[in-house]
Design a protein around this ligand. Structure first.
Ligand code: 13P
Length: 256
């Protein structure tokens, strides 16, 4: 199985939830459960103001801290923005970019996602680049071509050396926060296609090593089946990452 080339990555996306003051209590409860799966790479991607509290809570654990967005600019007069250097300075290891919520509510284009990806790589932070189709696109039968265009746009001018540090997350928009998970076959079809696109861009060998995650209503019950698919290397988890259920998903990855 190709999976022997890749480790599992289970990343939580807290979106705009919880307060910094809630972080220590959350981690105190999760830690004994998550410790069961010390062999799995995991991360919690939290809102900017929660990063220091999460770093402090996770100190000494294997769980990494991630952010949910970054500025494409290095520094300067960009009120409200947070640079990749600022995130690196706080010890952030991962950063989500191109989430469908940012594409929808902040009109983020593939070009902007590409610029953010370069900013993160420049700061030594691992980008988790999201892609995924709407229900209309799925119904119209354009899922694979649309996701392919997002991948190619987001990875424009990224060298093979840089690509080795990028994580891709496939998140069908219709499955996010809806309780309607993609079937394992649907998720595998798109994740497999993503890997084929990567092989076309960077060669089979490199593509084999890229972590491709699935996201969209993943939970403690459906994680094992999704993670068993040959091209699904982990999960990007929203709602369930706010609960102790997150440890069940890490556990499912550990057993897979
Ligand atoms: P849910 O797991 O809540 O569906 O969210 C998925 C997601 O958007 C993660 O980035």
């Amino acid at each position: 199985m190709e999976k022997k080339y890749r480790n599992a990555l289970i990343a939580g996306n807290w979106k705009m939830n919880k307060l910094a003051s809630e972080v220590p209590g959350f981690w105190a409860e999760l830690e004994p459960k998550a410790a069961l799966a010390a062999g799995v790479q995991s991360a919690l991607c939290v809102p900017f103001p929660l990063i220091p509290a999460m770093k402090a809570a996770l100190a000494g654990s294997q769980v990494k801290v991630g952010a949910q967005d970054v500025s494409a600019h290095d520094k300067g007069a960009y009120t409200g923005e947070v640079s990749a250097a600022m995130l690196a300075d706080l010890g952030v290891d991962y950063c989500i970019i191109g989430h469908s919520e940012r594409r929808a509510y902040h009109a983020e284009s593939d070009e902007l996602v590409n610029a953010k990806l370069k900013a993160l790589l420049g700061a030594g932070i691992t980008p988790i680049m999201c892609c995924g189709e709407s229900l209309e696109q799925r119904d119209a039968g354009v899922t694979l071509t649309f996701v392919e265009s997002q991948i190619k746009g987001g990875l424009k001018d990224i060298t093979p050396e840089q690509m080795k540090k990028v994580v891709i997350a496939y998140e069908p928009i219709w499955a996010i926060g809806t309780g309607r998970t993609a079937t394992a076959e649907q998720a595998q079809e798109v994740c497999g296609h993503i890997r084929k696109v990567l092989a076309g861009l960077y060669g089979e060998e490199l593509a084999k090593g890229v972590q491709v995650l699935y996201g969209g209503s993943m939970n403690g019950k459906n994680a094992a089946e999704l993670l068993a698919q040959p091209d699904i290397d982990g999960g990007l988890i929203g709602g369930a990452s706010l609960k102790m259920e997150f440890a069940d998903i890490i556990g499912a990855a550990n057993e897979g």
